[in-house]
Design a protein around this ligand. Structure first.
Ligand code: NIG
Ligand code: FE
Length: 413
C-alpha cells in the first residue's frame, strides 16, 4: 500500500475532537490546521501537523503538494439509493408542469416505474450503471456511501440489488455500506399487509443468511407503509441483528420520528414534516437525524427540515444526498452543503461536520473514517479552494482537485 506526505495545504480540516458524533457548538469546531500536512503509511494516517514539521519527517514517501488548497476528509454520504435502472426524466418533466410526487406516483410514475425497469435489468446492466454512479460520487469528493436496495420488491429482485452492491464493492474504490430497504413501496401484486409479511418472513432471513446488509430501512408514509407495518418490519429486522434507519415524516407528519425513537433506530431520515415533539423524541432516544435537502429542492418544495431547531435540541445531525432517480438525482455533497447553508441556515462548518464525522458515526464507522487523525483511514480530498467555506459558497461548479481512498488517488481533475 502507498505511503504519502501531503504538504502545503492552506487548511487541513481535521475534524479531530471527541470520539462520538458532534452536537451543539461542537458542530462548528473543525480542528483546522493552517499550512498543514499529513503523513500516510499503508493506507492510514500516521501524522497530521504543520507542513514544515511533516516535511522534516519525510523518508521515501511520495510527495503530494496540495499547493495551498483545502484538504479534508472524504464526504460520507449516509443515505443513497445507488443501484437502479434507467432514470425518471418523465417524472421530472411532469413536476415541471406542476404535478406533485404523490400525483405522479398514482399516475404510474414514481418508485414503481423504477421498480419495473430494475426488475427487467440483468445484474450486469445494474452493475454497469452503478459503477457510473460510484464514479460520480468519487468525483464529487465522496469516499463512503450508504446504499439501499428497494427497487426490486420481490425476494429475488431485492437480493439481486444487494448482490450487485456486494460485487460493486469489489470493483470500485468507493466504500459501500449496504442497507436492506425491501419496504420501499408496496408492489402492485400484493396488499401492504401481505407484502410486509413477505419482507419479514421471506426477505429478511435470506438477507441475513447471506450477510447482504448492515441496516434495515422502511418508507413509513401514507400510501407506503403505515406506523404498524413499519414497526413490525423494523422489530423483525432488529431481532435478526440489523441496525435501523427509516424514511419518516417526509410528506406527512405521521409520527415516524417517534417510531424511530421507540425502535432505538440509528437514524431517522428526511423529517421535513417533523415537529417539536418528534425532535424531542429523537433527542431522548439518541437517534441521529439524516437531513436530505437535495430531495426537497428537486421536488420543488420549500419545506426544508428544521435543522436549527434540531441543532438547538442537541441532535447530532447528518446531511446526505438521498441520491435516487426520482426525488434527488444528485450525487453531489457540495450541492447539499450549499442547500444546507442557504435553505436551512446551517453554517458551512456545521454542514461539513454533518457530512463527514457525524455521517461516519451514523454508519457505525466513526472509529475508522470521517476525521483526519492518526489511525484513521487515509480517505481524503484536496479541494481547489483556500477556505473550506468556499465548498458551500460556490455552487454548480466542481471544486474537487484530487480524491484519495486508503492513500491511493482514485479521482483527479
Ligand atoms: O428518499 N421517499 C422514498 N424514497 C426516496 C425516493 C425514491 C424514488 O422516488 O425513487 C426518497 O426520497
Ligand atoms: Fe431515500
Amino acid at each position: 500500500m502507498t505511503s504519502l506526505a501531503v504538504l502545503h495545504a492552506s487548511q487541513v480540516v481535521t475534524l479531530s475532537g471527541p470520539k462520538r458524533p458532534r452536537v451543539g457548538t461542537e458542530l462548528s469546531a473543525l480542528g483546522i490546521l493552517h499550512n498543514g500536512g499529513m503523513l500516510i503509511r499503508d493506507g492510514k494516517i500516521e501524522r497530521v501537523g504543520l507542513s514544515d514539521e511533516i516535511e522534516k519527517n519525510v523518508g521515501d514517501e511520495e510527495i503530494v503538494d496540495a499547493g495551498g488548497r483545502v484538504v479534508m476528509p472524504g464526504f460520507v454520504d449516509a443515505h443513497t439509493h445507488l443501484v437502479f435502472a434507467g432514470n425518471r426524466l418523465d417524472d421530472f418533466e411532469r413536476r415541471a408542469r406542476g404535478e406533485t410526487y404523490e400525483q405522479i406516483a398514482k399516475a404510474g410514475g414514481g418508485i414503481w416505474s423504477t421498480v419495473q425497469k430494475t426488475r427487467a435489468a440483468s445484474e450486469l446492466d445494474l452493475l454497469t450503471q452503478a459503477k457510473k454512479h460510484a464514479n460520480w460520487f468519487l468525483s464529487c469528493g465522496t469516499t463512503t456511501v450508504e446504499a439501499k436496495s428497494g427497487y426490486g420488491l420481490t425476494v429475488e429482485d431485492e437480493l439481486k440489488l444487494l448482490r450487485v452492491m456486494r460485487q460493486l464493492k469489489k470493483e470500485v474504490r468507493l466504500e459501500i455500506v449496504p442497507t436492506f430497504l425491501g419496504a420501499h413501496a408496496v408492489p402492485r401484486e400484493l396488499s401492504p399487509d401481505e407484502y410486509s409479511d413477505v419482507v419479514i418472513t421471506e426477505m429478511l432471513p435470506r438477507v441475513t443468511a447471506e450477510k447482504l446488509a448492515e441496516f434495515c430501512d422502511v418508507f413509513c408514509e401514507r400510501g407506503y407503509f403505515n406506523i404498524d407495518q413499519s414497526r413490525k418490519i423494523l422489530s423483525a429486522a432488529k431481532k435478526v441483528g440489523l441496525s435501523l434507519r427509516g424514511h419518516v415524516d417526509q410528506l406527512t407528519n405521521s409520527g415516524g420520528a417517534k417510531l424511530m425513537a421507540e425502535m432505538g433506530a440509528t437514524t431517522a431520515d428526511h423529517l421535513e414534516q417533523t415537529d417539536e415533539q418528534g425532535i424531542a423524541a429523537l433527542k431522548k432516544a439518541n437517534v441521529q437525524p439524516v437531513l436530505l435537502p437535495g430531495s426537497v429542492y428537486a421536488l420543488g418544495s420549500s419545506r426544508y427540515p428544521r435543522a436549527r431547531e434540531m441543532i438547538e435540541a442537541g441532535l447530532a445531525i447528518v446531511l446526505a444526498t438521498d441520491f435516487n432517480p426520482g426525488s434527488s438525482p444528485t450525487p453531489s455533497m457540495p450541492m447539499v452543503l450549499s442547500l444546507a447553508c442557504t435553505q436551512m441556515k446551517m453554517s458551512p462548518a456545521e454542514a461539513i461536520t454533518a457530512s463527514t464525522v457525524n455521517a461516519a458515526y451514523s454508519l457505525n464507522r466513526g472509529d475508522k473514517i470521517g476525521c483526519l487523525e492518526p489511525g484513521k483511514l487515509a480517505n481524503f480530498v484536496i479541494f481547489d479552494c483556500e477556505n473550506y467555506g468556499e465548498l458551500a459558497y460556490w455552487f454548480g461548479i466542481p471544486q474537487t482537485h484530487a480524491v484519495y481512498v486508503k492513500g491511493e488517488c482514485v479521482s483527479k481533475s
